[in-house]
Design a protein around this ligand. Structure first.
Ligand code: ADP
Ligand code: MG
Length: 350
């Protein structure tokens, strides 16, 4: 794809560093009144207007976090923004600005960067965040992107990982395991392609899980949904590494244990059928797959009625005394299976 020697493609050298930044960013407009000074000066200036400033950053490296063999560049730009906004959403804050730093190898033509920035622009528009700066340099190996996201929020709304209490209910948004199942399909079809480039990839019917992997969304909508229900979570985290690992983070930070009910874990029917086709356990996909970017949070048991029938939420367990540890309660048998960072290890062997 990128290696194609196409004479129509523009080398980065044609623009030079400053011209390139201008070319890539000139179409961006601004949505937030808190953005005072943006791209073009030595640094950006934001005005938090009395709110707390919430900051997060992530690095995505080619070959480690993504494979350009099957990830379209536009999706990569979009997803790179989304994973950061998900961290802001997990603090129950509102994302407002991002900064993007790129290390680019010279095998990338300008058109490739335009694709990445088209994805970034789409995410900025969708989530109403402003691109206010970044840095650009060359790389002798692959593409590396670092994204920093800024959010603003009133102090009393910010939700941390370390404030869950015993008996709180454990709740998750959306469904889990889909992004991992989608990745397995992409990898399967990519290896088929590598073995025989004339083979057509078989991606039909997998739309939902492919989208979960390639174009995930950050649950920035949940803050408002919860506010409208008059619920403030007692702790929160986003599901980037898999349900099991996130539960253990809440446990570790809040000093409580958890019971997670296998039968309650929300898994889409396409995730289940794909996992079965690939000889994977669908529950394992949810526990250890990661990249679903849903929100996992705890609420006071007093808020049960407000949440219980809401389509965005599933109550999947509850917090217990830390001495009781973290366990999955198996479907049917009620057998307790210890959760660990690779929650499926024990699970597969049972
Ligand atoms: P400096 O030499 O002070 O680091 P740069 O020339 O790197 O400044 O950047 C000039 C302006 O362009 C700054 O406002 C910077 O934030 C912005 N910028 C640089 N690279 C990018 C990028 N990849 N995406 C968005 N903005 C960028
Ligand atoms: Mg710079």
């Amino acid at each position: 794809m990128l290696e194609d020697k196409n004479p129509e493609l523009t080398p980065i050298s044609k623009y030079g560093e400053f011209g390139l930044i201008k070319h890539l960013t000139e179409k961006f407009s601004f949505e937030n009144s808190s953005t005072e000074i943006s791209i073009g000066d030595d640094a950006a200036v934001i005005n938090p207007e009395g709110q707390k400033v919430v900051l997060t950053t992530d690095i995505l490296a080619e070959g480690v976090h993504f494979n350009l063999g099957y990830v379209p560049l536009k999706h990569l730009g979009y997803k790179a923004v989304v994973v950061n906004l998900s961290d802001i959403a997990a603090m129950n804050a509102t994302p407002t600005q991002i900064l993007i730093s790129l290390a680019i190898s010279n095998r990338f033509p300008v058109e490739a960067l335009e694709e990445i920035y088209a994805g970034i622009a789409l995410a900025c528009k969708h989530y109403k965040v402003d691109l206010v700066g970044g840095d650009t340099t060359s790389s002798t190996s692959g593409l590396v992107m670092s994204i920093t996201a800024i959010g603003l929020e009133n102090s009393e709304n910010i939700v941390r990982r370390n404030t869950a209490k015993e008996n709180d209910l454990l709740v998750v948004t959306g469904d889990l395991g889909g992004a991992y199942a989608g990745l397995q399909i992409l990898e399967r079809e990519h290896s088929v392609y590598l073995a025989n480039p004339n083979m057509q990839p078989e991606m039909e019917g997998y739309d939902y899980i492919l989208e979960r992997q390639l174009k995930p969304e950050a649950r920035t909508d949940i803050k408002k949904t919860l506010k409208d229900l008059d619920v403030l979570p007692t702790s929160m985290i986003d599901v980037s590494d898999g349900l099991s690992s996130e539960i253990l983070h809440l446990s570790d930070q809040s000093k409580v244990g958890f019971r997670l009910y296998e039968e309650k874990i929300p898994i889409d029917s396409l995730t289940i059928s794909t996992a079965e086709e690939l000889n994977l356990n669908p529950v394992m996909c949810a526990l250890s797959g990661g990249e679903d970017y849903e929100l996992l949070f705890t609420i006071s048991p007093n808020d049960f009625e407000k949440i219980k029938n809401h389509p965005d939420f599933t109550i999947i367990g509850h917090a217990v005394d830390i001495e009781q540890g973290n366990y999955l309660v198996a479907r049917g048998s009620n057998e307790l299976v210890a959760l660990n960072a690779q929650g499926w290890d024990a699970f597969l062997n049972k």
